[in-house]
Design a protein around this ligand. Structure first.
Ligand code: SAM
Length: 298
């Protein structure tokens, strides 16, 4: 039996039973592995950690896209940094107000693998309202800011802060995002594990709070990411994310294809455990202690 271990900490991890290996390649940016696993379907691992599985991809992608798009009064232009599997793009395009969704991933090989092994996610790449670019996320946002481009929502669907993704967790990157949001839009980065990596969650929150007028954390269940409980943060100088802003009619208009979010759940995502509330309010040591083996960047 072939097993694949995704290490969550130095001592704990998620073990897949692999039934078929499709890809195992090294690109200039990362190691890409695609395989078929019992219970999880097709799995994409980048740098040795799970990025997408058939089983739970909908939860993560719906959590990243729908809270900011539903809280923004009229999201028309959306930028996705990373997200080369296409899942976040698919969710963004469900919103009829969105006229253009631009996806910028640094690694064209992730996009190629998505087209080959995750056709239901990759279908979004060919949507008439989608523009897919292979480019570095920080360089793209800096150029867009200098050119005076504007986006209503920026979603950071990145790998964890290692290798090429380190720059996507820096104040420099967040400031460039702020510039393209033009005072009204919302930035949401995926913001790490509330179970194992509170140091990073606190670090991302602290950086965003130093740059944006309002930062609203929320969280949901992502089965195959460390600890299964994942943070997101809505950062804005305009209309902040809030349970009361989730418009029931707009949720209903998204149709029957949603698998994870619904109106009551969207309102409940903002309720966080007390140890999280405490850590984000005061910093300091987290309880339970963080088991993250990698220090915050910057
Ligand atoms: N949901 C996933 C997770 O949390 O593990 C993220 C999935 S998505 C496939 C992550 C993408 O970020 C990868 O395709 C990777 O190529 C991309 N990425 C990493 N660093 C980047 C950068 N500096 N600019 C643009 N994309 C980047």
């Amino acid at each position: 039996v072939l097993r694949y271990l995704d290490p969550w900490t130095a001592h704990t991890g998620l073990t897949y039973t692999v039934t078929r290996v499709y890809e195992s390649i090294e690109t200039p940016f990362q190691r890409i592995e695609v395989f078929e696993a019992e219970d999880f379907g097709t799995v994409l691992a980048l740098g040795g950690v799970t990025n997408v599985t058939d089983r739970d991809e909908s939860a993560y992608h719906e959590l990243l896209a729908h809270p900011p798009l539903l809280c923004h009064p009229n999201p028309r232009r959306v930028l996705i940094i990373g997200g080369g599997d296409g899942g976040t793009l698919r969710e963004v395009l469900r919103h009829p107000t969105v006229e253009e969704a631009v996806l910028v991933d640094i690694d064209g090989e992730v996009i190629r693998c998505a087209r080959q092994y995750f056709p239901k996610l990759a279908a979004a790449f060919d949507h008439p309202r989608a523009r897919v670019l292979v480019d570095d996320g920080l360089a793209y946002v800096e150029r867009a800011a200098a050119a005076g481009e504007r986006f209503d929502v920026v979603l950071v669907d990145s790998t964890d802060p290692v290798d090429a993704a380190v720059e996507l967790f820096t104040e420099k990157f967040y400031r460039s995002c702020k510039a393209v949001l033009g005072g009204t839009g919302v930035l949401v980065p995926q913001s790490d594990s509330l179970t194992f990596c509170m140091e990073r969650v606190v670090d991302i929150h602290r950086k965003l709070a130093g740059i944006f007028g309002a930062v609203t954390p929320y969280a949901g269940h992502c089965l195959t990411y460390p600890g299964g409980y994942w943070a997101f943060m809505g950062a804005t100088d305009g209309v902040a994310l809030a349970p009361g802003r989730v418009d029931a009619a707009r949720v209903a208009a998204l149709g029957d294809d949603l698998r994870y979010v619904n109106e009551p759940l969207l309102r409940a995502l903002f309720a966080l455990p007390q140890y999280v509330v405490r850590a984000l309010a005061g910093g300091g040591p987290t309880d339970p202690p963080s088991l993250c083996d990698r220090p915050p960047v910057d």
